[in-house]
Design a protein around this ligand. Structure first.
Ligand SMILES: CC[C@@H](C(=O)O)C(=O)SCCNC(=O)CCNC(=O)[C@H](O)C(C)(C)COP(=O)(O)OP(=O)(O)OC[C@H]1O[C@@H](n2cnc3c(N)ncnc32)[C@H](O)[C@@H]1OP(=O)(O)O
Ligand SMILES: [Co+2]
Length: 147
């Protein structure tokens, strides 16, 4: 079995309340308040489903990738994201295999994560994101105390 975990499934929407309606009807509740990720030009509302999240993405400016996606394709599935332990190492490994990342290194994502996207052509028609979560509080202190 693969060790890779599905971190989130992202859906583009022009309006978070409109986009949330089906998930609220299914009985889900937003996980915390909406969050703006300025670097990506998006506002995010997340719903926990088991070990993964449904993330609704609304553009916050006209040059947001989500605005471009909505113009071209309309609302719907935007990307899937997979959790990795060491994003820089995973990027180096995949780059050595000819992968096509959209940024040279990790960039900030939601909830303190670092993320990197692979071009949809490389993803055979889907946009794929890799996510590294911040180390849990206390992990850094433990690391220091070991040295
Ligand atoms: C919430 C923060 C963070 C998190 O913590 O999770 C996020 O998820 S932020 C999410 C938003 N950010 C991004 O998507 C950043 C990466 N994306 C991009 O840089 C661009 O969107 C893109 C992937 C390069 C596409 O931009 P576009 O201008 O359309 O580029 P191209 O013209 O080169 O498109 C190539 C090709 O790919 C098709 N396409 C575009 N988007 C998607 C998509 N989401 N899924 C599948 N296919 C997609 C596009 O239609 C083109 O196809 P052809 O027309 O057939 O060539
Ligand atoms: Co994402």
């Amino acid at each position: 079995m693969s060790a890779l975990l599905l971190d989130h499934v992202a859906i583009a929407t022009p309006d978070l309340d409109l986009g949330a309606a089906p998930y609220v009807a299914l009985g889900l509740h937003p996980e915390g308040p909406d969050e703006e990720v300025a670097g990506q030009g998006v506002r995010v509302r997340a719903f926990q489903v088991g070990e993964t999240l449904i993330e609704l993405l609304m553009p916050t400016r006209p040059d947001s990738p989500i605005a471009a996606f909505l113009d071209k394709k309309g609302p719907g599935l935007h990307h899937t994201a997979y959790r990795v332990a060491d994003l820089a190492a995973e990027m180096a490994r995949l780059n050595a295999e000819g992968a096509r990342f959209l940024t040279p290194g990790p960039v900030p994502g939601r909830a303190g994560t670092q993320v990197a996207f692979l071009h949809p052509k490389w993803g055979q028609g889907t946009l794929i994101e890799l996510v590294q979560h911040p180390a849990p509080a206390g992990a850094a202190a433990q690391e220091v105390s070991r040295h």
